[in-house]
Design a protein around this ligand. Structure first.
Ligand SMILES: Cc1ncc(COP(=O)(O)O)c(C=O)c1O
Length: 223
């Protein structure tokens, strides 16, 4: 369809390296001549705020590429020097062991949250990568997702972003939940090698996740 109509696809693949089952396939495999892939280092490096992103643009779209280059050089100038040095390291070093361990932690943590949250009144999809879930609370009395998130924050201390912040219907009780509230350095240090994670590891290295999930569940049950 895209090919037939000659549409240009902008595919934001910044989370693709955090796919748990290594089965990620970019749309550029199927439509290389019309796909622009955007990505960056902040997600897979666990370096939020270290903003270095790039586009991979096919030769067939070189006019667009030249236009973009002009636009970017006039509006962003350049990435700061420390981030450029970090990027050289990130893209030239071998971080396969680090990435494997990060995915093991995120997969285990995400699945823990999923399993413990999913219920008759909370719809949530099993995570396949990255570090977010998007639960829907189906038995609420709120008139908007932002009102619901305020109530959750006040009563449980858990901060979620309302679905309306992502352009979703404000009447749908959706929220974005990030499951990264833990000390990554110590969790990583204790997870290297072939060690399988269990719930006790999560309690030890990510107590806020365990407490947050049970507080959310309790909040939902009390409605
Ligand atoms: C889907 C998506 N694309 C791109 C970005 C941009 O990442 P950064 O500004 O950290 O490079 C983000 C960051 O939150 C994101 O969630």
């Amino acid at each position: 369809m895209l090919k037939k109509n000659g549409l240009v696809v902008l595919s934001d693949e910044i989370y693709s390296q955090l796919t748990f089952e290594e089965n990620y396939k970019s749309i550029s495999n199927f439509y290389p001549e019309g796909t622009i892939v955007s990505t960056g280092l902040s997600k897979w490096c666990g370096a939020g705020g270290w903003r270095l992103g790039f586009f991979a643009i096919p030769n067939q779209l070189k006019d667009l590429k030249n236009g973009l280059k002009t636009l970017c050089s006039e509006s962003f100038t350049s990435v700061s020097a420390p981030i450029q040095y970090a990027a050289v390291e990130a893209y030239t070093g071998d971080y396969s062991t680090y990435l494997k361990t990060v995915k093991k932690i995120l997969s285990f943590t995400g699945n823990y949250v999923y399993k413990n949250l999913k219920s008759n009144t909370i719809n949530v999809t099993k995570p396949e990568g990255g570090f977010y879930l998007f639960p829907e609370f189906t038995n609420t009395k709120f008139s908007s997702s932002s009102e619901m998130c305020k109530d959750i924050l006040n009563k449980t201390g858990v901060a979620l972003l309302p679905g309306s912040d992502f352009g979703l219907d404000n009447n749908k009780m959706l929220a974005r939940l990030s499951f990264t509230d833990f000390n990554g350095a110590s969790f990583l240090k204790n997870t290297l090698g072939s060690k399988k994670l269990d719930d006790a590891d999560l309690k030890k290295h990510a107590p806020n996740i365990v407490d947050g999930v049970s507080a959310l569940k309790e909040w939902s049950n009390s409605l």
